[in-house]
Each structure stands twice: as C-alpha cells, then as structure tokens.
Design a protein around this ligand. Sequence first.
Ligand SMILES: Nc1ncnc2c1ncn2[C@@H]1O[C@H](COP(=O)(O)OP(=O)(O)OP(=O)(O)O)[C@@H](O)[C@H]1O
Ligand SMILES: O=P(O)(O)OC[C@H]1O[C@H](OP(=O)(O)OP(=O)(O)O)[C@H](O)[C@@H]1O
Ligand SMILES: [Mg+2]
Length: 280
Amino acid sequence: MIRMALPNKGSLYQPCIDLLVSCGYSVKKPTKGLYFYDEKNEIEFYFLRANDIPMYLSKGIIDIGITGKDFHSEKKSNAVNLLDLPFGHSKLCIAAMQSSTLNNKDDISGLRVATSFPNIVGDYFQDNDIEIVELDGAVEISVSLGLADCVVDIVETGSTLKSAGLRVVSEPIFTSNASLYSAPNPTNKPDQNKIVNRITGRLIALDYQLVEYDSPLEILDQACELTPGLESPTICQLKDQNWCSVKSMIKKNEAHQILDSLQELGCKAILLTNIEMARI
Ligand SMILES: Nc1ncnc2c1ncn2[C@@H]1O[C@H](COP(=O)(O)OP(=O)(O)OP(=O)(O)O)[C@@H](O)[C@H]1O
Ligand SMILES: O=P(O)(O)OC[C@H]1O[C@H](OP(=O)(O)OP(=O)(O)O)[C@H](O)[C@@H]1O
Ligand SMILES: [Mg+2]
C-alpha cells in the first residue's frame, strides 16, 4: 500500500491523470471527495492543492506526489525530486503595467511586489529593499487596483498578464515544470519504485518511436548507422537472401529525418510506430 498525492485542479490535474492512466493505474477524482483507491495496484490517491503537496510529502504523510517545482521551492520542502515530468512548464516573471518604465531588477527597489511566492521573491530580491504583498491568487489584478507596483506571477503564454494590461519586465526569476517527488523516508520503497519505473517507462515511450524497414544487404551497415537503437538494432534475414528486416528505437524528434535518409539510401517498407510503454 502506498499513498500518492495529485493536484486536485489547475494546469497539472489532467496531465497527471493522463500520465497515470497510461501507466496502468485506475485513477479518477470523485465528483465529491478527494480520495480514490486503486484496488488492483494498491494505491491510495489523494487529490490535494498542488501548493500543499510539498508539505504533506515533507512530513511523510504522503509517500509520493506530483506538483510544480515552483511550489516545492516556495515551501522549502525537503521532499526528494525523483523525476522531471514533461508538463507544467512555466516561469515566474516580474511584470508591471505596459506603460511602466521598470526595466530590470534594480528598478524594483523601494516598490511593492504582489506575489503568491513570497519566499522565492524574498530570496531573489534579498539585496533590494522591496515590500512583498502576499496574495493567494488573481495576482495580476493587484497593480491596476493600486495594491502593488508590480507582480511576480506564473507565466506560460503570457496571455493572463496581457489581458491584465501588464508586461514582463525582466528575465524569469524561476523556471518550473511538474515533477514526481518522494517523502524523505517513504513507507514502502518497493511500491514507490514500481511507480517510478512505470512512469519512467512511459516517458521513454513518449520520447521514442519504433522504426521497421527492409534493407538490401549491401547497405545494411549504413542503414544501421542511421538507426543504432539503444543497444543494437534487431536484424532478421528475409526469405530473399539479399534483404534483411531491421527494427530499432529512434528519437521521436529525429524520426522523419531518419526516414528520409533510409529511403534515400534504398531501404523499403519503412514503417514508423508509436510506443505505448517501454522498460529499458
Ligand atoms: N498556464 C500554465 N501552463 C503550464 N503550467 C502552469 C500554468 N499555470 C500554472 N502552471 C504550473 O502548474 C502548477 C500548478 O499551478 P496552477 O495555477 O495550475 O494550480 P492551481 O490548482 O490553479 O493552484 P492555485 O489555486 O494556487 O492557483 C504550478 O507549478 C505552475 O507553475
Ligand atoms: O501565461 P498564461 O498562459 O496566461 O498562464 C499563466 C496563468 O495560468 C495560471 O492560472 P490558472 O489558469 O491556473 O488560473 P488560476 O488563476 O485559477 O490559478 C497561472 O496562475 C497564471 O495566471
Ligand atoms: Mg492557478
């Protein structure tokens, strides 16, 4: 038995559910309630505020959980980062009114900065004299309402800031993504490892594709150089002694260039397929 925390809403909720379902877990948030038991895999899922997950992990109440790096850092959590996940990418940026003359960190000295990340902001501005105005959310409206002179807020596309009449003032002060975290001393390490292995396998599957093709013997070495695989490509002799069939994993973001090269080389029947899950 193991306890896992997932964000109960927001940007991380659906990607977390999709990731875990693709790893064979049965997980859904009840319409009312914050708990779901996956009987087959013996996992208790708790749907918590992404912001609170670092504390539950730090105290060892929850064994494993997914949240944003920004929340982990803000809460000064001693949870252990097991795995970076390919979603929840965002930045914490300083933003001020479009018309403002602020252009860099030093221009902020003496000003009021509204944020939901007082620790990250305090550390960043430790040598500047600023007043932090701590807000729980909807930070972007605070400047036009006159509560603050600028904000430090989460930015992904920038459309939230833009619609509040704000613009980013300087380089991001923190770069975040979702991560899988462990309690410092999880109760059930073998069960935790199973979860990590499944998720790692799924992330590899998402990064790679499987290519299969037929190659004349005389160009087989050149073809294999293009598709070396992780260990080594699988090669089968075809009925026609002059041809082989080759199977290999290739990086998804290189796949189409590799297919072009295989075709130019003289390979035939080139097939590209997605990988559902991988254990390397
Ligand atoms: N638009 C976005 N795109 C990608 N990641 C985002 C986006 N907005 C927030 N995040 C990241 O997702 C995580 C959860 O933030 P989000 O604002 O979605 O949570 P939330 O449940 O709405 O919490 P809160 O109620 O405190 O705002 C954070 O780590 C954040 O950096
Ligand atoms: O740069 P953007 O692409 O606009 O994304 C950033 C916004 O997304 C998040 O808000 P969310 O959608 O979670 O709403 P919330 O205010 O309820 O947290 C975050 O708090 C920012 O406000
Ligand atoms: Mg939010």
